[in-house]
Design a binder for this molecule. Structure first.
Ligand code: HMH
Length: 206
């Protein structure tokens, strides 16, 4: 089961979903520049993630389409929401992706030809990371509560569970080498999640 990987790679996963960035959103002390940098970069990430979702739609079994299309509908809303949040903060959308964002998007692009089981596991890990990360610090102070709710709400948590069972189903039918490669991607995702938080704090060095 893909959720077992969380315990098996506990240190890497903890670093992916626990970060001072999130604690400082919770207590409201986050530096505005760091938060804005995260916001602009995450929108760029979500554009890459949307294209990755489209790839899964092409390769998945028919029985997985409904969940994935529901996810894409949420991504449509999320991309518009990012534009609204950026405008509220007076931010320019046309920023260059920073290295951690470039690498994360490259990882997703690199999976476009991978077996569906690997894609499904990566897709689950990416959504699971934000679902967990934004809930971990507990209730967040406004305006960050809106961000915590986007990825921490009950419907999103249910969606992440469905993604886990779809990944499990695909992996159950996969050969051992494919399962191994999905596990390796899970670790890469965890590492990139950590770097993405770090990037918000220290743009120049990430
Ligand atoms: C970096 N990871 C990152 N951004 C996101 N929006 C998600 C995961 C979840 O969609």
């Amino acid at each position: 089961m893909v959720t077992d990987w969380i315990e098996q790679q506990a240190d890497a996963w903890r670093r992916a979903v626990m970060h001072p960035f999130l604690d400082q959103c919770a207590d409201g002390s986050i530096d505005a520049g760091a938060f804005n940098r995260w916001l602009i970069q995450d929108r760029l990430f979500v554009i890459g993630f949307t294209r990755f979702a489209a790839r899964l739609v092409q390769t998945c079994p028919v029985s997985h389409l409904d969940t994935l299309l529901g996810g894409m509908a949420a991504l449509k809303d999320e991309l518009l929401w990012f534009e609204v949040k950026a405008a509220e903060r007076g931010l320019m959308l046309a920023s260059e992706p920073l290295p951690a964002c470039v690498e994360y998007c490259a990882l997703m692009r690199g999976l476009h030809e991978a077996p569906y089981a690997v894609q499904a596991a990566a897709f689950w890990a990416i959504e699971r990371a934000y679902n967990e990360a934004w809930q971990r610090p507990g209730p967040m102070k406004p305006p960050y509560d809106e961000f915590a709710d986007r990825w921490g709400n009950a419907a999103f948590s249910a969606y992440v569970k469905q993604l886990a069972s779809q990944a499990d189903e695909a992996l159950a039918a996969a050969d051992p080498a494919t399962v191994q490669s999905a596990r390796a991607i899970f670790l890469n995702v965890a590492g990139l999640e950590e770097r993405f938080w770090q990037m918000a704090f220290a743009a120049a060095s990430s």
